[in-house]
Design a protein around this ligand. Sequence first.
Ligand SMILES: [Zn+2]
Length: 262
Amino acid sequence: MAFTEMNKGGIVFMRSSVIDAKHAFTTRAGGVSTGIYASLNLGSKVGDPQENVAENYTRVCALMGAGPNDCVVTKQVHGSVVRVVSSADKHPVGAEVPYEADGLVTAERGLPLFCFTADCTPVLLHDPVASVAAAVHCGWRGSVADIIANAVGKMCSLGSRPEDIRAAIGPSISVCCFETDADVPEAIDRWLGPGSGTYYLKSNGKFVVDLKKANAIRLLSLGLLSEHLDISDECTMCSHEKYWSHRYTRGKRGVQCAVIVL
Ligand SMILES: [Zn+2]
């Protein structure tokens, strides 16, 4: 289990060894955007000129063997809705997304699923037995609302068994940097039960939270096998030159994606 950095034509992305389908966790490198969006920004609503975003999509989609208008994307609201999608949900770059969903699941081949982050935790799921994939945006609100269980549940509704599902938990703000008030650990206790070991009280009275570990614990309790979990050790805030970090940039930033295609 390991994440490996890849470089294809200047696009730098991370790949997990547990996932046997084409996939990527993108970084800031390899796009055409400039200024605070330099260079691989995939957010179409952050102020970056649309033609640059479209070119960035074209490049990432080419990595996935697809065209820029042949993908399905989340419309993220920090909720827990996971949508089963098909080619009828294909999304032209920059268009309105006619549903709200922080996670996507499909059994359809050749349909790249995109979710987006800039500190939040991206999770890609893959079942090579039933051939089902998911892309899930796990911020803290979605995590404690149990979005990852909804994703596994939708995969099972398409024929997956939890013991066959592989999970790659991607680069996100990590326990070194994700400082919160007491509301986040309290919500984690309601979600995972007390004593999960996923947050720590600091001497300044704040907490630091390990959202990657929290989602990993939940995946194990859902029946995934530990040898099928891969957890990135990269922190987007520490590695803010490589990844988009909302906290580091105070919101003046682009967006990276996690994408998977069967
Ligand atoms: Zn950090």
